[in-house]
Design a protein around this ligand. Structure first.
Ligand SMILES: Nc1ncnc2c1ncn2[C@@H]1O[C@H](COP(=O)(O)OP(=O)(O)O)[C@@H](O)[C@H]1O
Ligand SMILES: [Mg+2]
Length: 414
């Protein structure tokens, strides 16, 4: 009896015209005789022994069989012709395809079957997919359609002919400063568009930042429902060796429910950090070690790793990656202002303002600040005098900060 594998090989041999139907019949007969005499052979062995195919032809045949079984779900999608595989992520496989009706090339993300067994996920997948298709921005991979065929759910999107920031970061390479600012700025514009329409990406990372051949940046996977919560996704990704939770925000790690745009700002900050230093912001032997550092460990300032970095970049990244989201940019537009400023050689005013504010806040919270001891401080004082000193210093600091900002604005002509 021919096994399933034997009959598939047989079919391919004919399809590729490596043997005629008669020759194949002879091989099958020989296989049967050999098997009856107790030899455990496969059709492929007989074809090899008989000199019908070479070993490298057999290898190619087996690979194309593997591809077929992987392509099958995608091949069932009506109206699209699958052209090849583009990539594999934690949750799905992405194919290059031709949309026959419009005669254009698209990318199709096909979800594994297990996800269609989760009605809640399927519902979210369609809702978010349809909503994402209404977003339209030059820096966002355009969502085209969502659908289901043969039990598989899929997401059709604009095909990007290019590579990802991830590809360009391999071997500890880093981006030239100007280039990095330009890319991050385009992602920030994509995010501002999405955020203003109520979308949060939740998975900004180098693999989701694509760059076309002519240098345009495209943020991928916008509005795509995720399988499980962020913490689980991060762990699962690490487990399956697709990545580690290098870019996830502290609030996503904590499993907070009300994730907002500031999670995207953190992840873009972590991506920016990696781009300009060549190193991820926090590393560790396990996903949980990395996540623990996102929560607790102070960030090594990016300009400590890359001393040639201009100061403004470091300030921006540190505000983007503040552990408490209140300490990050208050809007994505503020981030864009700073990125535009430094790309023109200016200073990141919004980050400085943020820095001043959090400094003032910590003074106000603790009622303490580092001060040079005066003769008065050295003499015994009643307890509430210290508070007066702090309040006075706070007021002076506030006034000075406002003055400084005003002066900077006047100088930059804004
Ligand atoms: N629209 C697209 N056009 C071209 N290639 C794409 C597109 N979307 C995704 N890819 C490729 O497929 C790979 C897998 O994508 P995805 O499933 O989103 O996983 P991840 O983002 O985790 O890498 C990407 O890394 C990228 O190389
Ligand atoms: Mg992706």
């Amino acid at each position: 009896m021919a096994s399933g594998e034997d009959s598939q090989i047989g079919r391919k041999i004919i399809e590729y015209k490596l043997a005629t139907a008669d020759e194949l019949a002879i091989c099958k007969q020989r296989l049967k005789e050999q098997q009856e005499s107790g030899r455990r052979l496969k059709l492929a062995d007989v074809l090899l022994e008989g000199g019908y195919i070479t070993r490298s032809q057999l290898e190619r045949l087996t690979k194309s069989l593997d591809d077929d079984s992987m392509y099958r779900p995608a091949q069932q999608i009506p109206g699209f012709q699958i052209l090849g595989k583009l990539g594999q992520g934690a949750m799905a496989t992405v194919f290059k395809a031709k949309q026959l009706s419009l005669d254009r090339i698209v990318a199709i993300k096909v979800l594994p079957k297990r996800l269609s067994e989760n009605p809640e996920f399927v519902d979210r997948f369609y809702r978010e997919g349809r909503a994402a298709a209404r977003l339209n921005h030059a820096n966002i991979v355009q969502a085209i359609d969502v659908g289901e065929a043969g039990g598989y759910h899929y997401f059709v999107m604009e095909f990007i002919d290019g590579d990802t920031v991830y590809d360009r970061l391999s071997d500890n390479r880093r981006f030239e400063e100007k280039n990095a600012i330009n890319i991050v700025l385009q992602v920030a514009r994509a995010l501002a568009h999405a955020h203003s329409r109520g979308f949060i990406h939740r998975d900004v990372k180098p693999k989701n930042v694509m760059i076309t051949k002519d240098g345009q940046v495209k943020l991928a996977d916008m509005g795509l429902a995720r399988e499980v919560n962020d913490y689980e996704t991060a762990t699962a990704e690490a487990g399956r060796a697709y990545g580690t939770p290098y870019y996830i925000s502290p609030e996503q790690i904590r499993g907070e429910i009300n994730i907002d745009f500031r999670a995207d700002i953190y992840s873009l900050g972590a991506t920016f950090y990696h781009m300009v230093t060549g190193k991820v912001p926090f590393d560790g032997p396990t996903p949980s070690a990395v996540m623990h550092k996102h929560l607790k460990e102070p960030l090594v300032p990016p300009d400590h790793l890359n001393t040639s970095l201009s100061a403004g970049i470091g300030e921006i990244i540190e505000v983007m990656m503040a552990k408490k989201r209140e300490d990050r940019y208050a809007t994505t537009t503020e981030l864009i202002d700073d990125l535009e400023a430094i790309s023109q050689g200016g200073a990141p005013f919004q980050a400085r303002k943020k820095y001043d504010q959090s400094m003032l806040k910590s003074i106000a919270d603790t009622g303490e600040m580092v001060s040079i001891p005066t003769a008065e401080d050295l003499s015994p004082t009643p307890p509430n005098t210290t508070n007066w000193t702090a309040i006075l210093m706070l007021a002076a600091f506030l006034g000075l900060s406002v003055l400084l900002n005003l002066a900077q604005c006047v100088m930059s002509g804004k």
